[in-house]
Design a protein around this ligand. Sequence first.
Ligand code: NAI
Ligand code: A1CAB
Length: 270
Amino acid sequence: MTQKVAVLGTGKIGEALLSGMIRGGWAPADLLVTARRQERADELRTRYGVTPVTNAEAAKTADTLILTVKPQDMGTLLDELAPHVPADRLVISGAAGITTAFIEERLTGGTPVVRVMTNTPALVDEAMSVISGGTHATADHLAHAEEIFGAVGKTLRVPESQQDACTALSGSGPAYFFYLVEAMTDAGILLGLPRDKAHDLIVQSAIGAATMLRDSGEHPVKLRENVTSPAGTTINAIRELENHGVRAALIAALEAARDRSRELASGKKD
Ligand SMILES: NC(=O)C1=CN([C@@H]2O[C@H](COP(=O)(O)OP(=O)(O)OC[C@H]3O[C@@H](n4cnc5c(N)ncnc54)[C@H](O)[C@@H]3O)[C@@H](O)[C@H]2O)C=CC1
Ligand SMILES: O=C(O)[C@@H]1CCC=N1
């Protein structure tokens, strides 16, 4: 039997997932989307050949509902869905902070819920998606979530107690790397390079470093030591990074992201 999947609240992450699923072989005819604005719904229909529906229609007709609204909009969406979601629907939430318990409480008893934290490299099929099951989620439900998110990159199962930490590491993670590239490009400009050349040098260095981290099997410390010649250039840069507390800043930054994910679970909006 064909499994219909609906993406509810198809913004940046919802669209990234949708496009990846189609690249991965899902038939657009089996994909439903919901959007707040009609123009957005029309855009998604034209771009992907998927069917825009209302949230209630999605709840009634799709086998799997993937909720990709902002955490702050989740309560309202669930209130809208609750009267229409039969207990055998699989509900997958992609929202930061929102717990499976938060969703289970608002839907009919027994609804299986899976929580997933993906990231924007889903756009290039290099996502890291972290998956946890709620009270009623079975091994089949987790496998189905893995199949869907596997279309856009790697997946990893974790206990839900680790989801806020994972959100800080991989959910927000791409932003830290973009921030580093931006800052290092500024440094290149300070050193007299044109912006486009500085950008290309840093981006290719990032791609090279990421590929080595993934493929070499070496620890990051060893990889860094290999670059760091005695009395050379790199150690002078590293000394400045240590003097400016960059390691401590990163630890504090990720802790702050983790704490914000926890706050979002309690419905704190600002
Ligand atoms: N942007 C990112 O890097 C990541 C975001 N997330 C999570 O994904 C979720 C979505 O984030 P983005 O895609 O960045 O946000 P977004 O704002 O681009 O997308 C959310 C969409 O939901 C729509 N929406 C809100 N309420 C709705 C309703 N009742 N019915 C239909 N549509 C509704 C909005 O109009 C919007 O288009 C958030 O919960 C976020 O925590 C997860 C991982 C990474
Ligand atoms: O900043 C956020 O809240 C979302 C969740 C993870 C990445 N972006």
